[in-house]
Write a protein of this length. Structure first.
Length: 180
């Protein structure tokens, strides 16, 4: 049986690194659009009998929950409008900062990393070894490189390889990679 080189924390750091660097804009925009449609449709259905302008006003007012809004009898459509209306900006902000959030969490999880593979160098052999260990064997890999092109580093990060810029002969860089 093959041993996978990674503990819980290093596996989470690798998966968060991959997730933070993937482009999922279609999914993100899709979620925001669906939430906005639910908010508008549920609000419109709840207040349509009051007239078009009043329905639009009250649908937008679902976010403030002030005035006589609390006096309106609550139903499932109204609750859906309130929830979706409040979720749109929260989810939008979360998606806007998800890349940075993923990178920050990956760095935090990397503090507890152990039993992972550390590769020093930015030669084609080092890059090939990092990808092979990560993709084929499922190991958590930290690559230390000094002059990696940005496209190469981004491609590695998208596959879950944690890339550290620095000199592998310096003790601080090795500590950051959890090698010592």
């Amino acid at each position: 049986m093959r041993r996978v080189y990674a503990n819980f924390w290093s596996r989470r750091a690798a998966s968060l690194t991959a997730m933070a660097h993937t482009r999922a804009s279609l999914v993100r925009w899709g979620v925001l659009i669906v939430l906005a449609i639910v908010w508008a449709a549920a609000g419109w259905i709840s207040f349509a009998p009051m007239g078009a302008t009043e329905a639009v006003y009250r649908t937008i007012g679902a976010l403030s929950m002030q005035d006589d809004y609390f006096g309106v009898p609550s139903n499932s459509m109204l609750e859906a409008a309130r929830f979706a209306g409040l979720a749109v900006p929260v989810v939008g902000l979360l998606f806007a900062f998800s890349g940075q959030l993923g990178r920050s969490l990956a760095q935090a999880f990397n503090l507890g990393a152990a039993h992972h593979v550390v590769i020093a160098g930015d030669s084609p052999a080092a890059l090939s070894l990092a990808l092979d260990a990560r993709i084929r064997h499922g190991d958590a890999v930290i690559l230390i490189g000094q002059s990696l092109p940005e496209e190469t580093a981004l491609g590695l990060r998208r596959r879950g390889v944690i890339v550290l810029e620095g000199d592998a002969t310096h003790l601080d860089t090795l500590k950051a990679a959890r090698a010592v």
